[in-house]
Design a protein around this ligand. Structure first.
Ligand SMILES: O=C(O)CCC(=O)C(=O)O
Ligand SMILES: [Fe+2]
Length: 386
């Protein structure tokens, strides 16, 4: 079981603080006046980067930008031509943004509504009840959390609940710790949702391979149920923060996995880096936000960047995002397919496994070193790669 994997051992250096609900209540009751130091992220992280030239122009440009939208309405039984068009649009979005929104996925509204209701049911509990789902420190970002610092030197203003969907689904064990009857409705909602997202993820991986003129199963074959791939669901819940402008829901990061599929509610909060600015991902009803993770960046030989993103919070409204992370089998060697490497050339990154990569990433983050994107350490010729 994943609990014992050495890749997570570093996370035992985790620092546990008061739950953010306690801090929020203290602020509202004027028991404390300002956010505790640990939530105060540096200005360069919280604010938009200052453009070198004209700030007003850059701001306006950012407002007019939005991540591409890919429509899947015609994908079922599509002709080669139509499928190719969709694949190219997706590939272009990934090359230029590392992000896109996907609409008309065919996933029934009820599947999305049920998981939404389940997430809100959980986060409506008092802290003591939610904490029944807290996992021991060796399983970072699994179970319930909302006061931890192990991925950065600062604490983000958010709570999460998550578990594996595959290879060993953990939702039932988790639910048994929280509800006496194990809440079968909750378990079903999450399982149905993950099954749908898994199918969507496989389709996207196929289309992305096609966009690179690779055999369509180049990536998706490694996400077969029998392949030991890691599918993880996570709810991110951002309670309103009385000092929202001083902190972040999630600091700038790229996702380590291959592909992330996120469903946000109708409250904006996700921002994607584009050059020197941050572009807000506008909530679109029924859409999913898809992004390339570090692993797919390596697997595409740098064609699809895994782009930094962050989530902000606000003073009045809570916000929920529901994420499905697709990570390859931990021991799979990742190397760029030969179709992406020219004659007499080497791949941009050295060969590495996901397990090895997570180890390096956690170490980097626990020590608070954000000066390098972890994936850059795997480029041929860099220190960690040698
Ligand atoms: O909540 C969001 O919009 C961002 C979530 C995210 O980036 C993550 O969970 O990795
Ligand atoms: Fe992320």
């Amino acid at each position: 079981m994943a609990t014992a994997e050495p890749i997570y051992q570093l996370a035992t250096t985790v620092q546990v603080y008061d739950n953010i609900r306690t801090v929020e209540a203290q602020l509202r009751n004027c028991k404390i006046e300002s956010l505790p130091e640990r939530y105060l992220w540096p200005a360069e992280v919280v604010e938009n980067p200052k453009p070198a030239n004209d700030e007003a122009v850059a701001k306006e440009e950012a407002q007019n930008l939005s991540i591409p939208v890919v429509d899947l309405a015609e994908i079922d039984g599509a002709s080669e031509e139509v499928r190719g068009k969709i694949a190219r649009a997706m590939g272009k979005a990934c090359e230029e943004w590392g992000f896109f929104q996907v609409i008309n996925t065919g996933i029934p509204t009820t599947v999305m509504d049920d998981v939404n209701t389940s997430a809100r049911e959980f986060f409506a509990f008092p802290v003591e009840q939610m904490e029944k789902a807290t996992e021991p420190p060796g399983k970072p970002l699994m179970g319930y959390g909302g006061r931890l610092s192990f991925l950065s030197s600062k604490v983000p203003w958010y709570e999460y609940l998550g578990e594996f969907h595959t290879p060993e689904p953990g939702v039932e064990a988790l639910a048994k710790n929280v509800w006496e009857d194990g809440n079968p409705r909750f378990c079903k909602a999450i399982t149905d949702y993950c099954n749908s997202l898994e199918q969507l993820g496989l389709l996207i991986l196929e289309l992305l391979a096609e966009s690179l003129n690779l055999p369509k199963d180049t990536y998706s074959q490694h996400f077969d149920k029998n392949s030991n791939y890691r599918g993880t669901w996570r709810f991110n819940y951002y309670t309103p923060c009385p000092k929202a402008t001083q902190t972040v829901g999630q600091g700038p990061h790229s996702d380590p996995d291959a592909l992330t599929i996120l469903r946000q509610d109708q409250v904006a909060g996700l921002q994607v880096r584009k050059g020197n600015t941050w572009v807000t991902v506008e909530p679109l009803p029924g859409a999913f936000v898809v992004n390339v993770g570090d692993f797919l960046q390596a697997w595409s030989n740098d064609r699809f960047p895994s782009v930094e993103h962050r989530a902000f919070v606000n003073e009045k409204t809570d916000r929920l995002s529901i994420v499905y992370f697709m990570s390859p089998p931990p021991m799979l060697n990742i190397e760029a397919p030969s179709g992406l490497i020219g004659e007499n050339q080497q791949s941009v990154f050295r060969t590495f496994t996901y397990a090895e990569y997570l180890g390096i990433m956690f170490k980097n983050r626990v020590t608070g070193d954000f000066s390098k994107k972890p994936l850059d350490l795997m480029r041929r010729g860099t220190e960690a790669a040698n």
